[in-house]
Design a protein around this ligand. Structure first.
Ligand code: OMP
Length: 213
């Protein structure tokens, strides 16, 4: 685990974005942990979040032309990521996001920001079933752009409907890499270092045996 990944876990725990307990997921699974990115909800949080996304993008070495944030949760992530790329990596990267409702007056259209063209890096919070990514792909394809990669906060590394994860399905179907600032394996490594978190570790291991990939 890299330093920025450990810092990200601590940041998420401090903000209670990452919590342990019993949570029912969209899929109906009962999970011993949950990641609620909506609790990164202040200016400082957002500034820090952008730095983590920018660090993961630079670490990946993937080439991209524009950062796209799908409405709604992807929008602040895309904006803070490009600000961090400019401030900390001297990279001035175009960004854009979509509206949920296409606008029929004024400038019209459903995209805001730079044109959606070339190699697109999509940023979002969590992928579970991959529904949101599939919607974004329709927008990207309609603009004759290509998907360079996807970056999310946490890869839960659990099975989709079959034996592979929703993330692996996205990688297979769209020929792109899906990156995550942290994966469940990083979280497990972190829990293994903390004796006081042994109960959480046991619960996460049990969950992973049942649903992990
Ligand atoms: P998809 O759009 O189907 O990939 O699911 C993403 C959604 O999973 C998020 O919008 C949340 O509602 C939910 N989610 C989390 O945000 N964090 C988690 O740790 C787990 C889930 C989930 O319900 O699976």
């Amino acid at each position: 685990m890299k330093d920025y990944q450990r810092e990200f876990i601590e940041f998420a725990l401090n903000k209670q974005v990452l919590k342990f307990g019993e949570f029912t997921l969209k899929s109906g699974r009962k999970s011993p942990y949950f990641f609620n990115a909506g609790l990164f909800n202040t200016g400082r949080d957002l500034a820090l979040l952008g730095r983590f996304y920018a660090a993961a993008l630079m670490d990946s070495g993937i080439d991209f032309d524009v950062v796209f944030g799908p409405a709604y949760k992807g929008i602040p992530i895309a904006t803070t990521t490009v600000v961090a790329l400019a401030e900390h990596y001297e990279r001035d990267v175009p960004y854009c996001f979509n509206r949920k409702e296409a606008k029929e007056h004024g400038e019209g259209g459903s995209l805001v920001g730079s044109p959606l063209q070339g190699k697109v890096m999509l940023v979002d919070d969590v992928i579970t079933a991959g529904t949101a990514i599939r919607e974004s792909m329709e927008i990207i394809t309609a603009h004759q752009a290509t998907l360079a990669g996807v970056l999310i906060s946490l890869d839960r590394r659990e099975k989709g409907r079959g034996d592979i994860s929703a993330i692996q399905e996205v990688e297979r179907d769209y020929h792109c890499r899906v990156l995550a600032i942290i994966t469940l394996d990083d979280l497990i490594d972190y829990l293994e270092e903390k004796n006081e978190m042994a109960d959480h570790l046991a619960a996460v291991h049990a969950y992973q045996r049942q649903y992990g990939v």
